[in-house]
Design a protein around this ligand. Structure first.
Ligand SMILES: Nc1ncnc2c1ncn2[C@@H]1O[C@H](COP(=O)(O)OP(=O)(O)OP(=O)(O)O)[C@@H](O)[C@H]1O
Ligand code: SF4
Length: 287
């Protein structure tokens, strides 16, 4: 990736110093709102942190609608300042979270900020949060391709990004926006780890029969991924328990280990880990 496009060298050096101990960075994107991107980011973080030998960080840059504090059971928490920067809020010893939600006096406070102020905050999150040694930094972004996306890609290009995961539903309206998202990634040279089709059918908990709630009109994410030469990481079925667990701030993966949605999540998380490890090995070979 082009070195720190948009970030002057001194700034890039500061970011590199701060994020030096981050091994892998994964951005979570979606074309549309409400497709389950923040849920995916939260469960990806939980799933990775289930391995106690891994240190995981979750950064929520959805500045106008931060939902991560509630999903991670951290509502009402505040950011603490230490000598070495802002301290993340920890869910577990190996799972730290930073969100603009921790800076708001009430969860209902609307954050209506203009581009430069949002960009300033994103930079501050990357430069000032003391994550320590981290195996995976997961970044939950706002829907679409906005100023925040450009900023985070520009700032993180000072270090490195393993790639992006794009979350969609099978509906054509959502898939259309994913195509835009893929074009954005290609334009800014952000590698695409793959696409996740969320809310992909419903497995009846009683009879295990699968129904399609959002019938895809053009072959769904699978066909789109084939056409655009992007990996489909997996399909996550609808499960009403996901919303309930998230609203309670609990990990759905731990609460419903046998659910088809959990099994699908586990496969997807494993594929993301394999991708990141592979990329790391390739980078080591180049260096
Ligand atoms: N597979 C699923 N089955 C059932 N409900 C789901 C599933 N995935 C997400 N949800 C629910 O869908 C709703 C929207 O999810 P979420 O907030 O993660 O979307 P989002 O894409 O991050 O939205 P936004 O970008 O607008 O914040 C939530 O209530 C969540 O619990
Ligand atoms: S088959 Fe249909 S009605 Fe019967 S239990 Fe399953 S989802 Fe419910």
């Amino acid at each position: 990736m082009a070195e720190a496009a948009g970030a002057p060298e001194a700034e890039a050096a500061e970011l590199r110093a701060r994020l030096r101990a981050v091994r892998h960075t994964v951005l979570v994107l979606s074309g549309k709102g409400g497709v389950g991107k923040s849920t995916f980011s939260a469960l990806l973080a939980h799933g990775l942190a289930a391995d106690e030998t891994k240190q995981v960080a979750l950064l929520d840059i959805d500045i106008c609608g931060p939902s991560i504090p509630k999903m991670m059971g951290l509502e009402g928490e505040q950011v603490h300042q230490s000598g070495s920067g802002w301290s993340p809020v920890y869910v577990e010893e190996n799972l730290g979270v930073m969100s603009v939600g921790f800076l708001l006096s009430s969860p209902d406070d609307a954050v209506i900020w203009r581009g430069p102020k949002k960009n300033g905050l994103i930079k501050q999150f990357l430069r000032d949060v003391d994550w320590g040694e981290v195996d995976y930094l997961i970044v939950d972004t706002p829907p679409g391709t906005s100023d925040e996306h450009l900023s985070i890609v520009q700032y993180l290009s000072a270090t490195h990004i393993d790639g992006a995961v794009i979350v969609t539903t099978p509906q054509e309206v959502s898939l259309q926006d994913v195509r835009k998202e893929i074009n954005f990634c290609r334009k800014v040279k952000l590698p695409i780890i793959g696409v996740v089709e969320n809310m992909s059918g419903f497995v009846c908990p009683k009879c295990k029969n699968e129904s399609q709630i959002f019938p895809p009109t053009t072959g769904g994410a699978e066909k789109m991924c084939q056409n655009l030469n992007v990996s489909l990481l997996g399909k996550v079925p609808l499960d009403p328990q996901i919303g309930k667990s998230c609203d309670r701030g609990q990990s759905f993966l731990a609460e419903a280990p046998e659910s088809p949605a959990t099994l699908s999540y586990r496969n997807i998380i494993q594929r993301i880990q394999e991708y990141c490890e592979q990329r790391h090995l390739q980078e080591e070979k180049i260096m």
